[in-house]
Write a protein of this length. Structure first.
Length: 351
């Protein structure tokens, strides 16, 4: 249709200019090409608008299927677009969801906090499993212990409350002379994860239950210091282990992993296997053959820590020699397991 219009205008231009160039002809040329440009621009705009409308309709349908309301879907769509993010990521990735909601809160100071809490719960974003890092201070669990650092001194603290805008840390011991507008640093250890550090400007201080409480805005600027070099997942895999004892004898046995990463693993032995346990010590070199999805992976490593439990002893092993292809395979296996765990966790959260 547009091509036909362009051909008609071009024919008119040829006829108008066939008898020589005149002022009227020049004006007609300008008009024709301006009209063509406008027609093409409007046409492209309408195409994009219709396409965007269809995309939004499909997105809202998906939102309703997940259990969110149309209003909540409108919010996620609008503010995802403002941040130049794929709206579907706000339904699947917690980090994207939190960024989108944060943008919405900034522009809507009268936001409905209960609605946002319900959205998190519906999408399975209300808690963070241990194998996933925290996105913002909103993810810190109530009663998390930590250390407040102020003017070169440290004070034990605990998170006693939080909302969509602020967190409230109670100072458990001491009375630091903290006032409004001062900057404080808080560090805390999240079990089975990492040490986190953040800074914040104190908005308010008050006394609650005889303790000083500091009110600090939430932040995405969390520094995460992972205690382990690589993320470990809890996974029971069959493993054949061998080592050379002090007499030069090769000792072989079968066990299974308790957790694993691309840089190490943990395996356990029941105390009934006391003879083998006694021969395994810190820095002892072992060789192991893991079986993952039917594929055998050979590694060597050093025992770095030993844990004595009720009825068994567990050994933490640091890998020292692993083939690059096996390492890549193991890394992919761990990533796939993480995704599976996250999906199961979210399904469990949704009930």
């Amino acid at each position: 249709m547009e091509d036909q219009r362009v051909n008609i205008l071009v024919d008119s231009f040829r006829k108008a200019t066939s008898q020589g160039i005149t002022l009227e002809g020049i004006l007609l040329v300008v008009f024709i090409f301006s009209f063509i440009a406008l027609a093409l621009t409007v046409g492209n705009y309408l195409k994009k608008a219709l396409s965007l409308r269809r995309q939004k309709g499909h997105f809202l349908k998906t939102v309703l299927e997940l259990g969110l309301s149309e209003k909540e879907g409108e919010i996620l769509w609008e503010y995802s677009k403002k941040l130049d993010r794929d709206p579907y990521l706000s339904l699947e990735v917690k980090a994207t969801f939190e960024k989108v909601i944060d943008e919405y809160i900034k522009e809507n100071p009268d936001f409905d906090e209960n609605m946002i809490i319900d959205m998190r719960r519906t999408l399975g974003f209300d808690t963070v499993p241990p194998f996933m890092p925290l996105v913002s201070t909103k993810d810190i669990e109530i009663f998390q212990n930590g250390t407040l650092i102020f003017e070169g001194r440290s004070y034990p603290v605990a998170l006693t409350d939080k909302d969509e805008l602020y967190m409230y840390w109670s100072i458990l011991e001491g009375n630091p002379p903290i006032e409004e507008d001062q900057i404080v640093k808080i560090t805390f250890l999240r079990q089975d994860d990492a040490v986190y550090v953040f800074e914040g400007e104190v908005v308010e201080t008050f006394i609650d239950m005889g303790r000083k409480v500091i009110k600090i805005p939430h932040t995405f600027n969390l520094v995460r210091n992972q205690r382990r070099k690589d993320i470990r997942i809890k996974e029971e895999l069959p493993v054949d282990i061998s080592f050379v004892d002090e007499n030069g004898k090769v000792i072989s046995f079968t066990s299974q992993t308790e957790d694993i990463s691309i840089s190490g693993m943990k395996f356990c032995l029941f105390k009934l296997d006391g003879e083998i346990i006694q021969k395994l010590s810190i820095n002892k070199e072992i060789k192991a053959e893991l079986i993952i999805n039917g594929i055998k992976i050979k590694v060597s490593g050093l025992i770095r820590n030993i844990q004595d439990r009720d009825n068994k002893v567990c050994f933490g092993v640091e890998f020292k020699d692993i083939d690059k292809k096996d390492e890549a395979f193991l890394n992919q296996f761990i990533q796939d397991k993480q995704m599976e765990l996250m999906k199961k966790y979210r399904q469990m959260q949704k009930g």
